[in-house]
Design a protein around this ligand. Sequence first.
Ligand SMILES: [Zn+2]
Length: 218
Amino acid sequence: MARKSVVCLLILLMGIGVVVALKGSNEGSTPLAPTFDAGGRYDADELDYMGVIYENRTDIVAFNEGYSESDNCPWGFVHNGIDYFFRNGSTVIAAAPGLVESIDISDNGENVENRFYITVVIRFNASVVVHYNFEPWTQDSSDKDLQLEMLEIQEGDWVDIGEKIADFLHVGGSAHIHFGVIKDGQWQNPEPYFSENAYNEIMAMIHSFHPDWDLYYP
Ligand SMILES: [Zn+2]
């Protein structure tokens, strides 16, 4: 009887070991979706037609950070995305079509001025996702709930390029959306992903605040 129990326990432990090993192998990288299929909804071969995420340039109140791989840039630090500083209540639109893969909330801690993030990840194809980090710049958890309610998408929805995904909640002074493109788990210089029109638009927006700035600094 005792021997039987030991064998059962061993089998159970081996099972747990396999589950832990499988889980562990996913950590540390953005999960890829090798079987992802856009089902003919849009051209999912290559994202070279990305748009901006605002409808009206006048909804953007500042430009403080673009994409930089070193501190040799006007903002002076490495930054893996584009920060869109929206007016309160602005319409936010999808930069690319895709499947809403996740909507997550993070709490950065009680003493952090910019405490709550709402992160929306929309998958474009098997290797590329587009990331929208809503940062309403608040310490009040009800603001986080409100921004969540202002989303017009849910996990599992398909969105079109240019489709409205949210209204933006601006609570504190530096509220913005941190926006980025991730390929195979790596943040990308967004420049080559834009359509020519959208690239011209975002550069015009940037130059309206800083005439000599670029979007991307190596
Ligand atoms: Zn940012």
